[in-house]
Design a protein. Structure first.
Length: 191
């Protein structure tokens, strides 16, 4: 049975895109092309950046995959649920599989997508998708970092850190910040 594992990276950051990846393991001569690396696959957050990048290249060479970027403007205009729904539909329409398994507890209204809580730890196709999404997003944030020198995106990748909040306080929002995300630390105070 062909399984398409799906995971996302970038739901929580206040800057940059949401990235959703789908991954199907390919067969060759009766065995999985990624067979020798299956034990290394894990939730991307549990792997070092170096290991993620190594596995990213292996997954791209041995699997069918599709990676969807949804930018901050769409997230601001239509919301995160819309962005995830859009990406899941694009993956489903691009990668043909018998079963689609998405990490988490909601399929965001996309028919035919089953959810698996902690799927990135339990199902290797979701682990692979998790790595594809995380590395793609991190690479993108590093590539654009020089365009936004005031925000140190190479370090925090747009996630909410104390340093990032201070950068926003000093320089305001850039055009890749999610302005619809409300942060208590940035709200005006009465005192």
């Amino acid at each position: 049975m062909e399984i398409c594992g799906i995971d996302e990276a970038g739901r929580g950051p206040i800057a940059g895109p949401l990235v959703v990846a789908g991954c199907i393991f390919e067969m060759e001569d009766g065995k999985l092309r990624i067979e020798n690396y299956l034990d290394m696959l894990n939730d991307s957050k549990k792997l070092s950046a170096k290991k993620r990048e190594e596995l990213f290249e292996i997954i791209k060479k041995t699997c069918k995959y599709h990676i969807v970027f949804v930018d901050n403007e769409i997230i601001d205009k239509k919301g995160l649920s819309f962005a995830i729904n859009y990406a899941l539909n694009e993956i489903k329409n691009t990668l043909k599989a018998e079963t689609y398994l998405f990490d988490g507890n909601s399929n965001f209204g996309v028919e035919g997508i089953q959810t698996v809580i902690k799927g990135d730890l339990k199902i290797k196709q979701i682990s692979a998708a998790s790595i594809l999404a995380k590395v793609s997003r991190d690479k993108y944030m590093c590539e654009i970092a020089d365009k936004y020198p005031n925000y140190n995106f190479k370090k925090h990748k747009g996630y909410i850190t104390k340093a990032h909040i201070e950068e926003i306080k000093r320089h305001g929002f850039s055009d890749i910040h999610r302005k619809s995300y409300k942060l208590k630390a940035l709200e005006p105070t009465l005192f």
